[in-house]
Ligand binder design. Structure first.
Ligand SMILES: [Zn+2]
Length: 129
């Protein structure tokens, strides 16, 4: 399903954008001891994950878009399941989903942001930094 070299593979598996093998985050998504901290380098291909200081501040734009997408999806799902629009039910569902999904959305926003700048390379072993 996920082709080798596709950005979707890197994003959904939260792996290095260049080699798709190395871990991108310091620890797991729901491990709060290192809340979605990005590693300095890829452990496999040694790609530097930060192009400049505060590189991942830009991922806030992606996180905002993901949050809005989740809210729209829950609103539509709520309407389809209930058959009518109930503001308090929809609002409560959105709050619960966003709180539960927050670490995952944060990690996704960072890996999506990284994939804007880094691209897959099948010969990454030759291009080690
Ligand atoms: Zn890598």
């Amino acid at each position: 399903m996920l082709k080798k070299g596709s950005k979707l593979k890197s994003i959904l598996t939260i792996k290095c954008p260049r080699c798709h093998q190395g871990e991108f985050l310091e620890k797991g998504v729901y491990d709060f001891s290192a809340y979605t901290s990005v590693r300095k380098n890829c452990p496999k291909c040694e790609l530097k994950y930060r192009l400049e200081p505060s590189f991942y501040y830009g991922s806030m734009y992606v996180a905002y878009a993901l949050g809005v997408a989740v809210m729209i999806a829950i609103t539509l799902l709520s309407y389809l399941l209930l058959g009518e629009f109930l503001l308090i039910t929809t609002f409560t569902s959105i709050i619960i989903a966003v709180v539960i999904l927050a670490p995952y959305l944060n990690a996704l926003s960072k890996i999506i942001w990284a994939n804007f700048f880094f691209h897959y390379s099948s010969d990454w072993e030759k291009k080690k930094d």
